[in-house]
Design a protein around this ligand. Structure first.
Ligand code: ZN
Length: 412
């Protein structure tokens, strides 16, 4: 297959090529990048996809998702092992219409992601590439305790990590702050979690949004800090220096802030009947400064050179699934360029996941996880909404509004 577009964003944060086409080889890798005429001559039998005024870029990576999150559903009691698998499947496949080809799941019900991957390997289903933790780990009564595993003390935490690694976890997720200004795990517990992961060669991310929890997580040496909502410029500098990446999840907090604000404007102090909304309204006082913290500080933190990752973390009932294009739009609104924003969702995640030699860039020899959007994305990040074509390992998974996920490769 040859894909031809006017613009090509490689994903390195700076390079935009024009009037180039990409040849995808039989092996599902990018075989050659060259002017279209040259490729047509070299590969005359190939199917040609001509998109004209459009942009080709690497498939996007959502670095903070919860594919199997049924807790915010009004009938969450129905979301047992069977239903949650089907929910996670449709959630994962929704990635394709957003141009997402890799998802890092940062805590889902035990075994869901592992089994999705197994089903994909067997050819039952077509899903994006998934890199996953098991369920998150918090202290007893800590953040999201009713959704994740509770563990207290270094050895209980180490034991839980060992169990999760035994059961197929590829990353570990720790949660150590909630909305309050005190940390949950002690330094000793955080240090133990990081040590247990790193000595096993596993990376670990941590939910840390408030202080002094953020500094404790930097000191412990986590690989990624999730949210970092109230981090400071000094924190960002330390993270840049220590190689700790930051997944801000601007969208999640902004969405909740706006939702609560709308509710207040519409209903005033009237009691909220929807139990899901009730829970969020209780956190309004947190969401407003959270929204402002991202808006006012994102760019100065980005400028420290800290590795920024795009993640959505949208688990609210009725919230859009994996709205990564909107997350990148916020980053551009707050001061970075569209081409830099694309790097945050492509080659930055690839490096943090340790797959930069396989994907994350449009470059010869890498997997053809590719995305075509209409128009010049290097000038207008909102063009990400106009997804025309997506390939995963060279195979079409989305085209003109249709997902190509109905059959796997089981019988081929
Ligand atoms: Zn999350």
């Amino acid at each position: 297959m040859i894909i031809s577009t006017k613009y090509l964003i490689t994903g390195d944060g700076k390079t935009v090529l024009t009037d180039k086409a990409v040849y995808i080889g039989e092996d599902g890798k990018i075989g050659k990048i060259a002017p279209k005429e040259e490729l047509l001559k070299e590969f005359p039998q190939e199917e040609v996809k001509e998109y004209g005024d459009a942009t080709l870029l690497p498939g996007l990576m959502d670095m903070h998702a919860h594919l199997a999150y049924g807790y915010s559903q009004p009938d969450s009691f129905n979301f047992g092992a069977q239903l949650i698998m089907l929910y996670a499947l449709q959630h994962a496949q929704a990635a394709f219409e957003r141009g997402i080809t890799t998802v890092r799941d940062m805590s889902s019900a035990h075994g869901v992601c592992k089994n999705l991957k197994l089903a994909e390997k067997k050819g039952f289903i077509v899903i994006p590439r998934i890199v996953h933790t098991d369920t998150g780990i918090c202290m007893t009564g800590g953040h999201a305790w009713d959704e994740v595993e509770e563990a207290d003390g270094p050895w209980a935490i180490r034991k839980e990590i060992r169990k999760q690694v035994r059961d197929g976890a590829e990353w570990v997720k720790i949660l150590t702050t909630n909305r309050e200004p005190y940390p949950e795990f002690t330094q000793e517990e955080l240090d133990a979690a990081v040590d247990e992961c790193h000595r096993r060669g596993i990376k670990c991310g941590v939910h840390a949004g408030t202080n002094p929890g953020i500094q404790m997580c930097i000191d412990a040496g986590f690989d990624t800090i999730e949210h970092g909502t109230f981090m400071t410029l000094d924190h960002a500098k330390q993270m840049a220096e220590k190689g700790i990446a930051w997944t801000p999840t601007i969208m999640a907090y902004t969405y909740l802030y706006k939702l609560c604000k709308e509710n207040i404007e519409k209903n005033g102090d009237a009691p909220v009947s929807d139990p899901v909304m009730q829970k969020e309204m209780a956190n309004y006082e947190f969401f407003e400064p959270a929204y402002k913290a991202y808006r006012d500080h994102f760019k100065e933190f980005y400028d420290t050179g800290v590795t920024v990752l795009a993640g959505t973390d949208m688990v609210m009932y009725h919230s859009p699934l994996l709205p990564l294009p909107r997350e990148l739009q916020y980053m551009v609104e707050y001061g970075i360029t569209p081409v830099q924003a694309i790097q945050v969702a492509t080659s930055n995640p690839a490096k943090v996941l340790g797959v930069e030699k396989e994907r994350g860039l449009v470059a010869e020899g890498l997997d053809a996880d590719l995305l075509v959007v209409g128009g010049d994305l290097s000038r207008d990040i909102t063009r990400l909404k106009d997804v025309k074509f997506v390939t995963l390992g060279g195979k079409r998974v989305f085209e003109d509004g249709i997902r190509y996920v109905g059959t796997g490769n089981m019988f081929m």
